[in-house]
Design a binder for this molecule. Structure first.
Ligand code: NAD
Length: 475
C-alpha cells in the first residue's frame, strides 16, 4: 500500500469522516511523509462517544463478537506483509520484527475471539447463610459500556489489538486513540473491522492531539473506563481525571534480568542481546539492568558483547537489519546525553554508544552506579547496564530498588533461588531462564508499583473490562 499523499479520516459510527485539519505521519528512517491523518475536534469526540453509547443499545451477541474478531484476525493474517511494511515505516521497526508483531496481533485477536465465547459468572452459595436457606445466587459478567483506549507508539498494532480485542469480546464499545506518531496500523485495522461487519459505533478511532482527546473523552460521563498503555506520567494524569471510573494502566519499567552463577551463559547472553535491543530498546520490558553473579561476570560480558557487536543497525526495510532508528532524533539525543552523563560519572562503554541521527548503536555499559539515569530511569532505548552481585539476597534487593515492577528475568538452574525470587521480587511477572522481555499474548501481563495496575492478555483484560453483577433468587 502506498500511503504517500493519502489523507486518512477518523473512524466514527462505522464510517470514515475527514477532518478539516490534517497532520503528517513520517517514515521514521527516511523522514518522508507517508500519510496525513485527521486532527480530531471536540465535536468529533462527542460524535464518537454518542455513537459508542448508542451501539450499547443494540444486541451484539457473544457468538457474533467471536465471528467478527475471528474474521479480522484472518484478514490481518491475509494482509500481514502490508501491515508489516506499514509498521516498518511508521515505527522504524526492522521488517523481521514487524512481521513478528503482525503475527502476534493475529493471535491476540484470535484469542480474544475465543474468549468472547467463554465469559461467565459463577454460582454463589448464599443458601449456606443462616437466614437464606431458600435463596440461590449467581454472578454474571456484564460489559462496562463505553471504553476509552489510549495506546503508545512502540507496538502500535498488537497493543491496539490488546485493547480492542478484549474490549469488543466483552461486549463493550471502544473509542481508540492511537499514538500521534504511529496511527496508521490502527486506522487500517479499523477498515478490517468495518469490512468484517462490526456493528456501527462499537469501534471508533480518533487521531490527533493526545492531551486534548484524552480530556474530551474523560469529560464525558458516558465513558465508563479508560485503558491506557504508555508513560507513567500520562498514566497518573489519566487516573486523576478518571475519578471513580475503572482504570487499567500498563506503564513503564527499567527491567532487570539476573544471570546467576549456575546459568547457561551462551543462552543467557544471546537472549539478553536480543531482548535489550528489539525495537531499538523501545519495549516496556526491554532488558535494561543485567545483574550478573561476580563469578561469571567476565565470561558473560564477553559473550554479551560479542552477540551485540554482530547486530546490524540501519534501514528497517532491509531484511538484514536488526536494530532500526528510534522514534525521533530527539529521543536518540536524549539517550546519547544519558550515556555521556554516565560515562562522565565513571561508567565504561563496552560496545556502542554512537549516534547517527535517530539511529543509536546497541550499547553495553559497565561500572554503572544504580543512581545513574541509565539505571534508575526507564531508558526506552538500546542501552543495557551490566552490574555484578555476590549473593541471592543482595541481587533481589537490587532488582527491587526500582520504582517500577513490570517483569523481571532470572537465569538459574537452582529451583530454590527461582522460588525465592518468585516470592520476593516485586513484579507482575518473573520469567525463569529467559529475560524480562518474554511475552506471549495469552498470559496475564501487567505491573506493580509505577508500572501500573490491571492485567492485559485477553482473558484477564476481559475481567477488567466487565463488571461482576450478582443475581439473588428468593425461591
Ligand atoms: P506516552 O505516554 O507519551 O503516550 C501514550 C499515549 O498517550 C499516546 O497515544 C499519546 O497521544 C497519549 N497521551 C499523551 N498525553 C496524553 C494526555 N494528557 N491525555 C491522554 N492521552 C495522552 O507514551 P509513549 O511515548 O507513546 O510510549 C512509551 C511509554 O509506554 C513507555 O513508558 C513504555 O514503557 C510504555 N509502554 C508500556 C507498555 C506496557 O504494557 N506496560 C507497553 C508499551 C509501552
Amino acid at each position: 500500500m502506498d500511503l504517500k499523499q493519502e489523507e486518512l479520516a477518523l473512524f466514527i459510527e462505522g464510517e470514515w469522516t475527514k477532518s478539516m485539519e490534517m497532520e503528517p505521519v513520517f517514515d521514521k528512517y527516511t523522514g518522508e511523509t507517508i500519510a496525513c491523518v485527521s486532527t480530531c475536534t471536540k465535536d468529533d469526540v462527542r460524535h464518537a462517544i454518542a455513537s459508542a453509547k448508542e451501539a450499547q443499545n443494540h444486541a451484539f451477541a457473544p457468538y457474533d463478537r467471536y465471528r467478527v474478531l475471528k474474521e479480522v484476525s484472518e484478514q490481518l493474517k491475509a494482509n500481514q506483509e502490508e501491515f508489516a511494511l506499514l509498521l516498518a515505516a511508521e515505527v522504524g521497526k526492522p521488517i523481521a520484527e514487524a512481521r513478528g508483531e503482525v503475527g502476534r496481533a493475529v493471535l491476540t485477536l484470535e484469542i480474544s475471539a475465543e474468549e468472547a465465547k467463554r465469559i461467565h459468572g459463577m454460582g454463589v452459595p448464599i443458601e449456606a447463610a443462616p437466614d437464606s436457606p431458600n435463596r440461590q445466587a449467581f454472578t454474571r459478567r456484564v460489559p462496562v459500556g463505553v471504553i476509552a483506549a489510549i495506546t503508545p507508539f512502540n507496538v502500535p498494532l498488537n497493543l491496539v489489538c490488546h485493547k480492542v480485542g478484549p474490549g469488543l469480546a466483552a461486549g463493550n464499545s471502544v473509542i481508540l486513540k492511537p499514538a500521534e506518531t504511529t496511527p496508521l496500523c490502527a486506522l487500517r485495522l479499523a477498515e478490517l473491522f468495518r469490512q468484517a461487519g462490526l456493528p456501527k459505533g462499537r469501534l471508533n478511532v480518533l487521531t490527533g492531539d493526545g492531551p486534548s482527546i484524552g480530556d474530551w473523552l474523560l469529560e464525558s460521563e458516558a465513558v465508563k473506563m479508560v485503558t491506557f498503555t504508555g508513560s507513567p506520567k500520562v498514566g497518573k494524569l489519566l487516573r486523576e481525571k478518571a475519578g471513580l471510573r475503572k482504570v487499567a494502566l500498563e506503564l513503564g519499567n527499567n527491567s532487570a534480568t539476573i544471570v546467576h552463577a549456575d546459568a547457561h551463559l551462551d543462552v543467557a547472553a544471546n537472549l539478553v542481546a536480543q531482548k535489550s535491543f528489539n525495537n531499538a530498546g523501545q519495549v516496556c520490558i526491554s532488558v535494561q539492568r543485567v545483574f550478573v553473579h561476580e563469578t561469571v561476570f567476565t565470561p558473560f560480558l564477553e559473550k554479551l558483547v560479542s552477540s551485540t557487536e554482530g547486530l546490524v543497525v540501519g534501514d528497517p526495510k532491509n531484511e538484514a537489519t536488526q536494530v532500526g532508528p528510534m522514534i525521533a532524533e530527539k529521543e536518540a539525543v536524549r539517550i546519547e546525553s544519558w550515556v555521556n552523563e554516565a560515562v562522565k560519572e565513571g561508567a565504561k562503554v563496552e560496545v556502542g554508544g554512537k549516534r547517527d541521527g535517530a539511529l543509536f548503536t546497541p550499547t553495553i555499559l559497565t561500572n554503572v552506579k544504580e543512581t545513574m539515569k541509565v539505571c534508575s530511569e526507564e531508558v526506552f532505548g538500546p542501552v543495557v547496564s551490566v552490574l555484578p552481585y555476590s549473593t541471592e539476597d543482595e541481587v533481589i534487593e537490587k532488582v527491587n530498588q526500582s520504582r517500577y515492577g513490570l517483569q523481571a528475568g532470572l537465569f538459574t538452574n537452582s529451583l530454590s533461588f527461582a522460588m525465592k525470587a518468585a516470592e520476593q521480587i516485586e513484579v507482575g511477572g518473573l520469567i525463569v531462564n529467559d529475560t524480562s522481555g518474554y511475552r506471549v499474548d495469552q498470559m496475564p501481563y501487567g505491573g506493580v508499583k509505577q508500572s501500573g495496575t490491571g492485567k492485559e492478555g485477553p482473558r484477564y483484560a476481559i475481567e477488567e473490562m466487565t463488571e461482576e453483577r450478582l443475581v439473588v433468587l428468593n425461591l
